[in-house]
Design a protein around this ligand. Structure first.
Ligand code: ZN
Length: 252
């Protein structure tokens, strides 16, 4: 099976369009969406309509921004000021059909069989960031899949769990570059972040996505330039904080 993996689109229509155009010629059996369709960006309805219109098998989980947009009162607990402004605005403009679609997104983790699972933050908790090896170890305890794809941190990253003689070995490393291929080792277990389509945070402003071939156990990560100026204009036109537009320039 070949999976197209998208995460953290964050209402960035220009980035999602660029990624889908870039991925269009690659064969795929399913699309995996790791959550956060909305939040931060200026095109929540357009992004949801594009996601809803994807052809073929699509398996999705909700992200924390998807959840909080449906119940903006949670923003006080979970979000900083700028993130809260964006979900409150999105909550006010969503069409009923898009709101219903968000509501149907299940909470992760979901195990698809085929050695593949998906979640938003960590397999243990959708709101939790997997940034360190200690956090990854907790995540590995909550999933049995060979590879679990996660989002939320917006940084393309691989955690690899194996054994070194009797001892567990755990390594984490970023994926940097325009096109990176990683062959997964059949005797190890993986947590992999495909990066963020709509709000990269690794100082590379290009949109990020991945393709995973479960037969070859091969991950390919791609970075795609997109119309950042267009995405920024939408954020400003919506009256959202300037910082949400500016961070797209820096991938931060
Ligand atoms: Zn996110």
């Amino acid at each position: 099976m070949r999976y197209l993996i998208l995460s953290d689109v964050h209402a960035n229509l220009e980035a999602l369009r660029a990624v889908l155009a870039h991925a269009a010629r690659k064969s795929r059996d399913a699309v995996l969406f790791l959550g956060d369709a909305v939040g931060y960006g200026g095109a929540p309805n357009q992004v949801l309509e594009l996601l809803r219109g994807l052809k073929g098998r699509v398996v999705s989980v909700r992200g924390n921004h998807d959840r909080v947009t449906l119940d903006a009162s949670q923003g006080v607990v979970f979000f900083n000021y700028h993130a809260r402004r964006a979900v409150e605005w999105a909550a006010g403009v969503l069409t009923p059909a898009n709101r219903a679609f968000l509501k149907r997104l299940p909470q992760g983790p979901l195990d698809l069989g085929d050695g593949v699972a998906i979640c938003h933050g960590s397999p243990a908790d959708e709101d939790e960031y997997l940034l360190t090896e200690m956090e990854a170890l907790e995540g590995f305890r909550a999933t049995r899949a060979f590879v679990t794809f996660f989002g939320h941190s917006h940084v393309p990253w691989v955690f690899e769990l194996g054994t070194d003689g009797e001892r567990l070995s755990l390594a984490g490393y970023p994926l940097r570059g325009t096109r990176i291929t990683v062959d997964l080792h059949p005797d190890r277990q993986y947590l992999i972040n495909p990066g963020s389509v709509g709000q990269p945070r690794d100082r590379d402003p290009r949109a990020s996505y991945a393709v995973y071939d479960s037969r070859l156990r091969r991950l390919s990560l791609y970075r795609v330039p997109y119309d950042v100026a267009g995405a920024r204009r939408r954020i400003m036109a919506a009256g959202l904080p300037q910082v949400l537009a500016d961070r797209l320039l820096h991938g931060a």
